[in-house]
Design a protein around this ligand. Structure first.
Ligand code: DC
Length: 214
């Protein structure tokens, strides 16, 4: 079961949902790499480390602790997502985070446990040799609708138009950055989730996994 699965795509495309569903179904280990960027971002804000301070940010990455992943509302907030996306353009900070990701995956694979990593550049840069790659997409409007619902469910008051605009801005930064931009690997299975039910998405991915495991 030492299979490595990369799931990439923009925010709100359904990566988190699919990753968790697959991990429950196949007992894979899961690393939400966006949360790594978000934990670094939140800690930098709290410590007053600037979004372009390579040294300060790398120090934060090296000292990330389990408790840094706990304040989930602050981590998932739109504003922290924007900070994460700004930090994500810095090659040296990305390199430190990529080491963290590879350590996580290598450890699980050595234990014979499959691993799912979701992010923006897993199939292209972090693990171009991944056994399976999925690239998830959906229209910006559909993704913003989902994001709005998620934030409202957490009791965070938000306006659709603002969520949409912030999402478009963040996507642009993630797609246009020089180092490891958001894009599909050539051999990725593209899943456009705009008009798919969650069950259909899981079924489609499971079919590919069952084939890879057979
Ligand atoms: O998936 P997310 O919205 O939680 O990610 C937050 C930001 O982190 C995203 O806008 C870009 C960055 N990120 C990245 O550059 N590479 C990854 N593998 C994961 C996230």
């Amino acid at each position: 079961m030492s299979i490595l699965i990369a799931i990439d795509g923009p925010s709100g495309a359904g990566k988190g949902f699919l990753s968790q569903a697959l991990c429950e179904k196949y007992s894979f280990a899961f690393l939400d790499t966006g949360l790594l960027f978000r934990a670094t971002a939140l800690k930098s804000t709290l410590k007053g480390v600037a979004v372009d301070d390579n040294k300060g940010l790398i120090e934060i990455v090296k000292n990330l602790e389990p408790s840094d992943f706990e304040p989930i509302n602050e981590l998932r907030s739109e504003i922290n997502g924007q900070v994460a996306s700004k930090i994500a353009v810095l090659p040296k900070v990305r390199a430190a985070l990529v080491s963290y990701m590879r350590n996580f995956a290598e450890k699980r694979l050595k234990q014979g446990v499959g691993a799912v990593l979701d992010g923006r550049d897993i199939g292209t840069i972090v693990y171009p040799q991944a056994d399976l790659k999925f690239f998830m997409t959906a229209t910006p409007e559909e993704r913003a609708k989902r994001r709005l619902k998620e934030l409202q469910n957490r009791g965070i008051p938000v306006i659709f138009e603002e969520v949409l605009q912030e999402m478009i801005q963040r996507d642009r930064r993630d797609r246009e950055r020089q180092d490891s931009p958001l894009m599909a690997a050539e051999d990725a299975i593209i899943i456009d989730t705009s008009d798919m039910s969650p069950a259909d998405v899981v079924a489609l991915a499971s079919e590919a996994i069952d084939k890879a495991l057979a």
